[in-house]
Ligand binder design. Structure first.
Ligand SMILES: [Zn+2]
Length: 389
């Protein structure tokens, strides 16, 4: 079964060999042929081949589905009171995670699954067609592995984050918890995950502990990524580049050496402006990273504590308004950048052979994602060739 989508006013392909030759590979009055779950053809509407079905985009803009490479959606409970207190003047610290750990441990499998389904559906309505998500609110072998099983039933991009914080039971002996995270908990979790992650931050895990977590995960076949340099300067970014991590996430407090390392290595700098927005923190400097030559991704960091938004368009608007990105750079970062952060070549682009993840906007250009912040512009979503919205 083939479907032709015609009259896309401006299509972002993220394939520089198509269209206008820019990184976004823009095509005017574009058409896309979807064959099964793949993109079969991309070009101008006037040159489109015949297909079984036809959909007229009527001058809407088109772009690849968002690739949200960082979220924490296997959780239970609510932290409205913490947010409310923070907006009344109390600073954010890593410790609030314990509230969600207690609620998540107390939840049933069905409750965790229903909560995850709800947020994945919410993200899909806003154009996200690939979503990474993590454990990290269980912190025992049984609770972490069940979080990963729930996630793996719903997304391919699953991350073991047993090293989110030190489990409350080990508050006085963090070394013993690192032994568990790199030993029995890892053994229980590795079969259910693709990635290993660690929160390398004051109040969570230091550089040596983070190195132990990531290298132990790698020995079990998991690929490293890291929460780095969010609240303070620290060793996380350098460790990520040294270990060849796919992504260093947050990157809010970077030294010149950190920026150079990201520019020269193949670790993606994933920026999560929802976190800075929701904690009233200093923005990461995307302009500095881009000017140095680093690859930048944008993701939601959707989690109940520090960034409870599933909206990638909102993150695009923040990145343009407050982080020095152009609209083109921000849209690339939220699609192709996210794919790079997940080492995926089949998503984040609209070109022949890619997975057919296509979003149409009720707007003539992708620039409207930043120009019209907060407006629900997503009007159609195909994921793997299925019309979902
Ligand atoms: Zn995170």
């Amino acid at each position: 079964m083939t479907t032709l989508v015609t009259h896309i006013a401006r299509l972002v392909t993220n394939d520089p060999s198509l269209g206008d030759g820019t990184p976004l590979g823009l095509i005017q009055d574009a058409a896309v042929v979807i064959d099964g779950d793949r993109v079969a053809w991309v070009g101008e509407t006037s040159k489109a081949p015949a297909t079984d079905n036809r959909v007229d985009a009527e001058g809407r803009a088109g772009l690849p589905g968002f690739v949200d490479s960082h979220s924490h959606l296997v959780f239970a409970g609510d932290r409205t009171a913490e947010f409310n207190a923070r907006m009344s003047g109390r600073p954010y610290s890593a410790g609030g995670i314990r509230t969600t750990v207690a609620a998540t441990r107390a939840a049933t499998d069905a409750e965790l699954a229903a909560n995850l389904d709800r947020y994945l559906a919410e993200a899909l309505r806003q154009g996200t067609t690939t979503m990474e998500t993590k454990s990290g609110y269980g912190l025992t072998a049984a609770d972490e592995s069940r979080a990963l099983r729930v996630a793996a039933a719903r997304t391919d991009e699953v991350t073991y984050l047993g090293a989110h914080i030190v489990a409350p039971e080990y508050a006085d002996d963090p070394g013993a918890y690192v032994d568990l995270v790199t030993g029995p908990i890892l053994d229980a979790c590795a079969p259910h995950a693709r990635w290993v992650d660690v929160f390398c931050e004051r109040g969570a895990f230091d550089g040596d502990q983070a190195r132990a977590v990531l290298t132990a995960g790698a020995r079990k076949g998991l690929l490293p990524r890291i929460h780095a340099n969010q609240l303070t300067y620290g060793p996380g970014v350098q460790l990520a580049v040294e270990l060849g991590a796919a992504s260093a996430d947050h990157c809010t407090h970077l030294s010149d050496e950190d920026v150079d390392a990201l520019a020269q290595g193949d670790t993606v700098a994933t920026l999560l402006p929802g976190a800075e927005f929701s904690t009233r923190a200093e923005w990461p400097d995307a302009r500095r990273l881009l000017d140095a030559g680093a690859t930048v991704a944008l993701a939601s960091d959707c989690n109940p504590g520090s960034s409870f938004t599933s909206s990638v368009p909102f993150c695009v608007a923040l990145a343009v308004r407050d982080m020095g990105m152009t609209p083109d750079e921000a849209v690339w970062a939220a699609t192709a950048g996210g794919a790079a952060a997940l080492r995926r070549t089949d998503v984040g682009r609209i070109s022949p052979g890619a997975r057919a993840d296509l979003v149409l906007l009720d707007a003539p250009s992708h620039v409207h994602l930043a120009y019209r912040p907060g407006v629900p512009l997503v009007s159609a979503v195909w994921r793997a060739g299925h019309r979902e919205v």
